[in-house]
Design a protein around this ligand. Structure first.
Ligand code: ATP
Length: 871
C-alpha cells in the first residue's frame, strides 16, 4: 500500500486552529443516561408509593400527625435509598463502558502509534485494517482491497469497495466511496485516510443524536422478578382490600385499617428489589472486570453461570501468542533459531553448528519473503522489544532482522492481496526495479497446491509427487511437535504486469516452511480440569492445522476423540454432526461460518454455548452464541462490538474464572431474592393470622414500613457479596430457563415464611393479656430479629456456617449488628418510641424473642451439618 505523508500533531492542531474548532473528544454522547432529578423523581412514581402518600395525607388531615410524618419520612428515606442505589448502578455501568473503549492506529510525527479512539482529532492520519470499526469520518487517501460494510449507517449490508479518487461535491453520502464513516465496519483489506469529522460532528454522531442510543436491556432475572413483582402486587392489593374489609367489619377504625391494608401491600411487595438487583449486578460486573471479563451488558453475568459448552479458539486463548520462529525447513535442510522473545538477536543453527545465514541463499530468500509479506512492526521500549501487529508476522520480522535485514519497514509495495481466515494466505507484489516479486505466505496445505516449483539451493526445480510428499511430511513433522507452521513461496514477474489474485497466486516457487513455537498458557490445564468438574464441555475450534491443534490439545490435557477439519465438516449432515458433537471433538482448519453452524447445532441440543472469536467474520457466530466472547488484545473492533464479554487478557482461564464468578453472582442473587421473599411472607402471614384468629393488629403500619427498611436492602445486599460456595464448580451448570422460584425454593420460602409468621403471632398472643403495647412491641421486635437471624440461613444452602467461617463475609455481620442496633435504639429511645409506638423490653422479653428466633437458624444448620457429614 502506498505510504502517504501524514500531518504532524502540530500541523493537526494548526488545522484545528485555522478552522476555529474546539478540541472536542471523539465520542458519541450517551443520550439515554438519566439525569439525577429524573432518577429521583422515578423513585416516587411507583403506584404503591403514591397510594401510601395519599394515605399519609389522609391520616394527616384526620389528626394523626406523628404517624403521618413518620410514614412520610420513611417513604422519603426509602425513595432516597433507591435513588442512591440506582445512581451508583448507572455510574458503575458507565465506568464499565469506558473500560471498553477501543484504540486505533494513527501516524503522527511520522511514527505509527496506537492511540485511544477518543483522542483522535481532525487532521489525524488513520490506518485501517480488516475488523476495525472506523473511528471517525475519514477521507480515504490510500487503499489495498479496502471493503467497508456501512450497514450501521445506511442499512446496506453489501460491503462497499473504497477508492481514493476525488468525487463531485454533490455526491450523496451513500455514494461517497472515498469516505469511511465512523461506526462502519472494515470487512477486509487496508486503508489510510485523513480524519475530517469526529464525535457528534460525524454522520454517525448526527444519527445518534436523532435516534438516541441503545437501551440497556433487562436481564432474564430482572424480567422474572418484575413479572413476579406484578403478580405479587396484584395479590397484595387483593389481600389488602380483603384485610381492610375484614378489619372494618370487625369494628376497627376504618382509617387505621386502610393504613394497615396499604402498608401490608407495601410490605408484601419487595419494591426495592429491582434497585437492589441492579446494584448487585453492577457490583458483580465490577467483580467480573477484576477477573478480566468486561461485560458488555449485565445479562451476561447471569448467562455465564449457566454455560454448558465453551467453544474456544487456540491461538492466543489457549496458547500464549508469543510467537518465536523455532525451525526453518528448507528443502532437505532444517535450521534452528536461538533467541529470546521478540529481541532481534539470535543465531541460526544447522546440524548443530552456528552458521552465517547470508551463506544460504534459499534461507535469505525465505527470510526476505517473510519480511516483505508482513505488516508487523517491532520496536524497542527500554530494554524490551515490543510489537505492533500479528505475532507470527512479528516473529518472521524478528527472524529476518536476526539475519541482518534492517528493522525498518520494507520497500513500498505495488499491490496486496490481504490475509483472511477463509483464504488462510496472504500475497504481496513488490516493485523490485526491473521486475516485480510476488511473495506469498500461508497455511502449508493452502500454499503448496499453488506451487509448481521448489527452491533447492539457489535453483528452482519442478515439483513432483516425491518432492510434494517430502514437503508434506516435513510440515506434519513440525506440527506433530505442536509448532504452528507457515509455508512461504514467491515468483518473479515482469514489471508493469497487472495481475489478479488468481494470476498472482499460481505457479509459485515453494521456498520453505517456518515452524513457530507458541507455548500453551501455563494455567490452561487447571482451567480445563475446573471446567470438567463443573460439567462444562470445552471444544477447540481453530483455524490452525489438525496436527498442530491435536498436539497442543495433548499438551494442555484436552481430551480429544476426533479431529474434524472444515472440509470434512462440509460433507457431514446436521444429523451426523449432532451425533459427533456428543463426543470430544476438535475442529481444525475451520472457517468462521463453521463456528456459526457448530454453535447452532449445540444450541439445538439444548446447550448454552459460549464462543470465542476475534475476526470480523466471527461476528455472526459471536452473535448467535449465548455468550459471545471477544478478545481484548487480539480481537477486532467488530468482534468486540457484537460480543457479550470482552476478555481483557485474551486468556481461556479467565473464561472459566468468569463462569465461576457468574455462578457465584447468580447464586447470591437467588439467595437474597429468596431471603426477602420469605421474610416478607413472614410479615404478611403474621398480620393475616392475627387478623383472622384474634382480630388484632399485630403490628401497626409505621412498624411494617420500619421492618421493611430495617430488614430490607442492607442485609439483602450483604448476601450479594457472599463468597462462592466451595462446591460451586463441582456442580453441573444450572438450566438457564429454570425459574428462580422453583419447587424447592417455594417450599423453602413458604416454610421459613410460615415459621416467622406463626412464631410472631404466638409471642404476640403470649403477651397480649399483659398489655397490647407490650405484645405489639414484642411481635414487632420478633419480626426484626427473626428476619435478621434468618439472613444467615442463606449464606450457604449446603454448608453449616462454621465450615464457611463466621467472619468470611464481614458485611453480613456489619449489616446484622447495625440493623439490630438501630432497632434497639428505636425501642429504648423516647423519640422513636413515640413514633413507632413501642415500649421498652426487659431482658426476659429479649430471652423469649431469642428463644423463638434461634430455631429458624439452628434447625437448618443442624440439617446442613448432618447432610455434610454424610457427604
Ligand atoms: P485460531 O483459530 O485458534 O486463532 P489461527 O490463528 O491459526 O488459529 P486463523 O487466524 O484463522 O486461525 O489462521 C488460519 C491459518 O492461516 C493459520 O493457521 C496460518 O496457517 C494462516 N495464517 C495466519 N495468519 C496469517 C498471515 N498473516 N499470513 C498468512 N497466513 C496466515
Amino acid at each position: 500500500m502506498k505510504q502517504w505523508h501524514a500531518l504532524t500533531i502540530e500541523e493537526t492542531k494548526n488545522v484545528l486552529a485555522k478552522h476555529n474548532e474546539h478540541l472536542s473528544v471523539n465520542e458519541i454522547k450517551d443520550m439515554e443516561s438519566s439525569r439525577w432529578f429524573i432518577l429521583l423523581a422515578r423513585q416516587f412514581t411507583n403506584i404503591l408509593i403514591l397510594v401510601l402518600l395519599i394515605a399519609t395525607l389522609l391520616s394527616f388531615f384526620l389528626g394523626d400527625i406523628i404517624d403521618a410524618l413518620a410514614i412520610l419520612a420513611i417513604v422519603l428515606f426509602n425513595g432516597l435509598l433507591g435513588f442512591v442505589q440506582e445512581w451508583k448502578a448507572q455510574n458503575a455501568i458507565k465506568n464499565l463502558k469506558n473500560m471498553l473503549t477501543s484504540q486505533c492506529r494513527v501516524i503522527r510525527n511520522g511514527l505509527e502509534l496506537v492511540i485511544d479512539v477518543k483522542k483522535l482529532v481532525p487532521g489525524d492520519c488513520v490506518l485501517m485494517d480488516g475488523g476495525d470499526i472506523v473511528p471517525a469520518d475519514i477521507r480515504i487517501t490510500a487503499v489495498a482491497d479496502l471493503m467497508i460494510n456501512e450497514a450501521t449507517l445506511t442499512g446496506e449490508s453489501e460491503p462497499i469497495t473504497k477508492i481514493t479518487e476525488r468525487l463531485p461535491a454533490e455526491t450523496l453520502i451513500t455514494d461517497r466511496k472515498n469516505m469511511a464513516y465512523m461506526g462502519t465496519h472494515v470487512m477486509s483489506g487496508q486503508g489510510q485516510g485523513l480524519v475530517v469529522a469526529i464525535g457528534m460532528d460525524t454522520e454517525f454522531g448526527r444519527l445518534a443524536e436523532l435516534t438516541g442510543s441503545i437501551h440497556e436491556e433487562e436481564t432474564e432475572l430482572q424480567k422474572q422478578l418484575s413479572f413476579i413483582g406484578k403478580r405479587l402486587g396484584l395479590l397484595a392489593i387483593i389481600t389488602s382490600v380483603g384485610v381492610i374489609l375484614i378489619g372494618v367489619l370487625a369494628g376497627f377504625d376504618p382509617i387505621r385499617m386502610l393504613m394497615t391494608g396499604i402498608s401490608l401491600a407495601v410490605s408484601a411487595i419487595p419494591e426495592g428489589l429491582p434497585a437492589v438487583v441492579t446494584i448487585a449486578l453492577a457490583l458483580g460486573a465490577r467483580a467480573m472486570a477484576k477477573k478480566k471479563a468486561l461485560l458488555r451488558h449485565l445479562q451476561a453475568a447471569e448467562t455465564l453461570g449457566a454455560v454448558s459448552i465453551i467453544c474456544t479458539d487456540k491461538t492466543g486463548t489457549l496458547t500464549q501468542n508469543e510467537m518465536k520462529v523455532q525451525v526453518i525447513w528448507l528443502f532437505e535442510k532444517s535450521l534452528q533459531l536461538t533467541g529470546v522473545g521478540y529481541t532481534p538477536e539470535g543465531e541460526f543453527i544447522l546440524n548443530g553448528e552456528v552458521i552465517n545465514p547470508q551463506s544460504l541463499p534459499e534461507l535469505m530468500t525465505l527470510l526476505e519473503t517473510g519480511y516483505q509479506c508482513n505488516h508487523a512492526r517491532i520496536y524497542q521500549e527500554g530494554e524490551e522489544w515490543k510489537i505492533i501487529g500479528s505475532p507470527d508476522e512479528a516473529a518472521l520480522l524478528v527472524a529476518a532482522v536476526k539475519s541482518g535485514l534492517s528493522c525498518a519497514h520494507p520497500a513500498a509495495l505495488v499491490k496486496e492481496f490481504t490475509f483472511d481466515s477463509i483464504k488462510k494466505r496472504m500475497t504481496v507484489i513488490e516493485d523490485a526495479g526491473d521486475f516485480q516479486i510476488i511473495h506469498s505466505k500461508g497455511a502449508p496445505e493452502v500454499i503448496l497446491p499453488l506451487c509448481t516449483y521448489y527452491l533447492f539451493g539457489a535453483q528452482e526445480n519442478e515439483l513432483n509427487s516425491d518432492s510434494r510428499n517430502k514437503i508434506e511430511n516435513a510440515y506434519i513433522n513440525l506440527a506433530q511437535n505442536g509448532l504452528r507452521t507457515l509455508a512461504l513461496a514467491r515468483k518473479i514477474v515482469p514489471k508493469h504486469l497487472k495481475l489478479s489474485r488468481k494470476e498472482a497466486e499460481n505457479n509459485l516457487v515453494f521456498i520453505g516452511l517456518v515452524g513457530f513455537m507458541d507455548p500453551p498458557r501455563e494455567e490452561i490445564p487447571r482451567a480445563l480440569a475446573t471446567a470438567k468438574n463443573a460439567g462444562i464441555k470445552v471444544v477447540m475450534i481453530t483455524g490452525d492445522s489438525p496436527v498442530t491443534a491435536k498436539a497442543i490439545a495433548n499438551q494442555i490435557g484436552l481430551h480429544v476423540d476426533k479431529v474434524i477439519t472444515s472440509s470434512e465438516l462440509k460433507t457431514l449432515s446436521d444429523h451426523k454432526l449432532k451425533e459427533l458433537l456428543k463426543q470430544n471433538v476438535l475442529f481444525a482448519r475451520t472457517i468462521p461460518e463453521d463456528k456459526f453452524r457448530i454453535v447452532k447445532l449445540f444450541q439445538d441440543q439444548g446447550q448454552l454455548v459460549a464462543m470465542t472469536g476475534d475476526g470480523v467474520n466471527d461476528a455472526p457466530a459471536l452473535k448467535q452464541a449465548d455468550i459471545g466472547i471477544a478478545m481484548g488484545i487480539r480481537g477486532t473492533d467488530v468482534a468486540r462490538s457484537v460480543a457479550d464479554i470482552v476478555l481483557s487478557d485474551d486468556n481461556f482461564a479467565s473464561i472459566i474464572d468468569a463462569v465461576e464468578e457468574g455462578r457465584r453472582q447468580y447464586a447470591n442473587l437467588r439467595k437474597f431474592v429468596l431471603y426477602l421473599a420469605s421474610s416478607n411472607l413472614g410479615e404478611v402471614l403474621a398480620i393475616l393470622i392475627s387478623l383472622l384468629l384474634s382480630g388484632g393488629l399485630i403490628v401497626i403500619p409505621v412498624q411494617i414500613l420500619w421492618i421493611n427498611l430495617v430488614t430490607d436492602s442492607a442485609t439483602a445486599l450483604s448476601l450479594s457479596v457472599e463468597r462462592a460456595e466451595k462446591g460451586i464448580m463441582h456442580r453441573p451448570p444450572r438450566q438457564a430457563d429454570k425459574p428462580i422460584f422453583d419447587r424447592m425454593s417455594l417450599i423453602l420460602v413458604i416454610a421459613f415464611g410460615a415459621y416467622i409468621g406463626m412464631v410472631t403471632f404466638l409471642v404476640y398472643q403470649l403477651y397480649f393479656p399483659q398489655s397490647y403495647e407490650l405484645a405489639n412491641t414484642i411481635a414487632f421486635t420478633s419480626l426484626v430479629v427473626l428476619a435478621n437471624i434468618h439472613t444467615l440461613n442463606f449464606r450457604s444452602f449446603y454448608k453449616p456456617i462454621y465450615t464457611i467461617g463466621w467472619f468470611s463475609n464481614k458485611w453480613i455481620l456489619i449489616a446484622l449488628l447495625s440493623m439490630l442496633g438501630l432497632h434497639v435504639m428505636a425501642i429504648y429511645n423516647p423519640g422513636p418510641q413515640r413514633i413507632l409506638h413501642t415500649v421498652p423490653l426487659s431482658i426476659s422479653h429479649w430471652g423469649v424473642i431469642l428463644l423463638c428466633a434461634l430455631p429458624i437458624f439452628l434447625i437448618p444448620e443442624l440439617y446442613k451439618m448432618i447432610k455434610n457429614k454424610g457427604s
